[in-house]
Design a protein around this ligand. Structure first.
Ligand SMILES: *Cc1c(COP(=O)(O)O)cnc(C)c1O
Length: 438
């Protein structure tokens, strides 16, 4: 199996004339086809709604595309709420699924009319003190503990996760919230991440649906929605079989009809908070080979680094690499593909078999559309790249410019040194032209 980039070599050669590497490129066509398929897969559920996990790709222009298909925003911070507000996602279009939440974030979420998803039972009092009431609609995050298994294979370890309430606490929380005036309830859980199996969502749904039936029966709470959250994964490796969202939707429907419908809960809405599945495969990091080094190993140095894509350094995550224009050449060279950080884990690939790479070759690092740009950081004074949208008609749109040195220095703006930084930056730009973005 091979993984094909969503952009051709010819098209990319034109694109890099306009936007200097490195940059993240997004595929509008792929995004639209995928969100349509997701909606279809859950169309059996009248209240179905996807709340895009903003943290995965916090770009208003990309979120706006998802908004066209009725997606809301899943936020967990102040700035994510502001971003959501700025694309017109307000009120019930916001799911506020946060944890360790500062008071001002609850206040802003409530002011925007967001659905608040409580991570902990102690947050009931904290929220009430902060906003002066308990909202009519409220959700609680569930963590059953233990290991989350599907047919004997361990998917993840919720017992070790900081999120959510225990089973006992869920019952207690629902009782308290009801007493305090809550009228419509939701349940949420996120028990495994990046699952490349069609069985995760149905298995999670079963856990949540069963606890929902008990909660409604024992507390009398009116449960209006069940939020399956994120966790549907993508095949980062070429030999992985992608999830089939239709099979997943059908799997959830089956459990819904087995558990919720007989309990008289056939009108409960299903919500999702997908991030990776929505955009992961529809973004890539475009970078150029700028150095080769032959020492104890063979190294290719590229002009991107872990500041542009942290997953390989942080998780040892695999990201497929295509050397553009050499798709059909034999992968007979073993390379470490590195960035320039003074940090030995700054490697996009280790011992990777690739075609022979020449200086100036364009490399496409796949599947950076979610948890890619957004995890970027500024170590070593490295700057975040631009984001570019490849539109359906083949044209491109800059949807975020690259950072400049003055963005990096911006937080010194109240300090005397700022003028010096500015002067030196301008002079360097004049003399060397570096770091310039049109
Ligand atoms: C990160 C996150 C998501 C999205 O996760 P993916 O793995 O990108 O699907 C959804 N909900 C919450 C609360 C999250 O923290």
């Amino acid at each position: 199996m091979t993984k094909q980039p969503f952009v051709t070599n010819e098209a990319l050669k034109e694109i890099v004339k306009q936007y200097p590497t490195p940059f993240h490129l997004y595929d509008e066509k792929g995004i639209r086809e995928n969100v349509k398929a997701l909606k279809e897969a859950f169309s059996w559920n009248l209240g179905y709604k996807e709340y895009f996990a903003v943290k995965a790709t916090p770009n208003p222009y990309l979120i706006q595309i998802l908004r066209e298909y009725g997606c809301g925003c899943d936020c967990s911070s102040y700035t994510e709420l502001l971003l959501s507000q700025s694309v017109g996602a307000l009120g019930r279009d916001i799911m506020f699924s946060s944890n360790d939440t500062p008071a001002e974030e609850f206040a802003l979420a409530h002011a925007l009319g967001a659905i608040i998803n409580l991570d902990d039972i102690t947050h009931i009092d904290f929220l009430e003190k902060t906003i002066g009431e308990i909202p009519k609609t409220i959700s609680c995050r569930y963590n059953p503990g233990g290991l989350f298994k599907i047919s004997n294979s361990i998917m993840d370890n919720p017992g070790d996760a900081k999120y959510g309430m225990t089973t006992e606490q869920m019952f207690e929380a629902f009782r308290i919230l009801k007493e305090k005036g809550a009228e419509e309830f939701g349940i949420h859980a996120f028990l495994a991440s990046n699952t490349v199996t069609n069985e995760y969502y149905p298995a999670l749904a079963k856990v949540l649906f069963e606890v929902a039936v008990k909660l409604q029966k024992e507390t009398g709470a009116n449960i209006r929605f069940i939020n399956l959250s994120g966790g549907i994964g993508i095949p980062y490796k070429p030999d992985q079989t992608p999830n089939d969202i239709r099979v997943i939707g059908e799997g959830v429907r089956k459990v819904y009809e087995e558990v919720l419908v007989p309990a008289g809960m056939g009108d409960v809405a299903i919500y999702t908070e997908l991030g990776r599945f929505m955009l992961g495969p529809y973004g890539c990091l475009v970078t150029k080979a700028v150095h080769e080094k032959h020492t104890h190993k063979e190294y290719i140095g590229v002009d991107a680094c872990a500041a542009n894509l942290m997953r390989p350094a942080m998780y040892g995550a695999y990201h497929h690499i295509t050397v553009m224009g050499k798709e059909n050449e034999p992968c007979d060279h073993m390379y470490d593909v590195t960035g320039s950080l003074c940090e030995n884990n700054d490697k996009f690939a280790i011992d990777r078999m690739l075609p022979k790479i020449d200086m100036g070759d364009l490399l496409v690092i796949h599947d950076t559309g979610a948890h890619g740009f957004s995890m970027g950081y500024n170590y070593n004074g490295r700057l975040r790249s631009a984001e570019v949208l490849l539109k359906e008609d083949g044209s491109t749109q800059l949807i975020r410019r690259a950072e400049t040195p003055m963005d990096y220095f911006a937080t010194f703006d109240q300090f005397p040194v700022y003028e010096e930084l500015k002067k030196n930056t301008e002079e360097a730009e004049r003399r060397f032209g570096g770091m310039k973005q049109e």
